[in-house]
Design a protein around this ligand. Structure first.
Ligand SMILES: [Zn+2]
Length: 193
């Protein structure tokens, strides 16, 4: 009698399909959770090594777009910022405090924070607007602007579409380009090493 009882118990444990499925389900969940934790740790490790672009770009290196309504932008931006960034206005020359900015760092979009220029590519063009000979790859997009008689190449932030300035082909080496930027559309972030 006793032996039979133990045998039944064992049967019940081994061949209860519901219990088996439940265990598999929990086991699978634990595996996924562990994998996710490992992924998160991987991301923070990359950020620590300075690959900050991971924050802004998808897996193919393309800037992830963001959109906001005009009303939302109006709330977030000052009048001058809104006029330049959302209405393609131009600030008065020699008015930007960034003209005298010579520290090491990055210049980010004043609307969304996307890094657009590194301090190493900034130079004094004498025009009265902050000028750069190179943008961070893929972080600005261009379009042709016919506001003046001669067509100009307008460029804007690749993330939020905020207007930054115009790019001309009379810049210094090594690119020969001059990114003529409205200071009000940029924020400077010092790089402390
Ligand atoms: Zn932006």
């Amino acid at each position: 009698m006793k032996i039979k009882k133990i045998h039944l118990k064992s049967d019940g444990y081994e061949f209860n399909p519901l219990r088996r499925r439940l265990l598999l389900f929990i086991g699978g969940g634990m595996l996924l959770w562990t994998a996710d934790r490992a992924g998160l740790l991987g991301r923070s490790a990359r950020a620590a090594t300075g690959e900050t672009n991971r924050k802004w770009e998808d897996q193919e290196g393309k800037v992830i777009k963001m959109t906001k309504s005009d009303q939302e932008w109006k709330k977030e931006l000052g009048d001058k910022e809104y006029n330049v960034l959302r209405e393609e206005g131009t600030e008065r020359p020699f008015t930007s405090s960034l003209l005298d900015e010579h520290r090491d760092g990055v210049y980010v979009c004043a609307a969304c924070g996307l890094p657009l220029f590194k301090s190493g590519s900034k130079y004094n063009s004498g025009t009265g607007w902050p000028s750069f000979y190179q943008a961070i790859e893929g972080h600005v997009e261009t379009k042709t602007d016919y506001k003046l008689v001669l067509p100009r190449t307008e460029y804007h932030c690749a993330r939020c579409g905020g207007h930054q300035g115009h790019v001309f082909e009379d810049g210094p080496d090594p690119t020969g380009l001059r990114y003529c930027n409205n200071g009000v559309a940029l924020r400077f972030q010092e790089q402390k090493e």
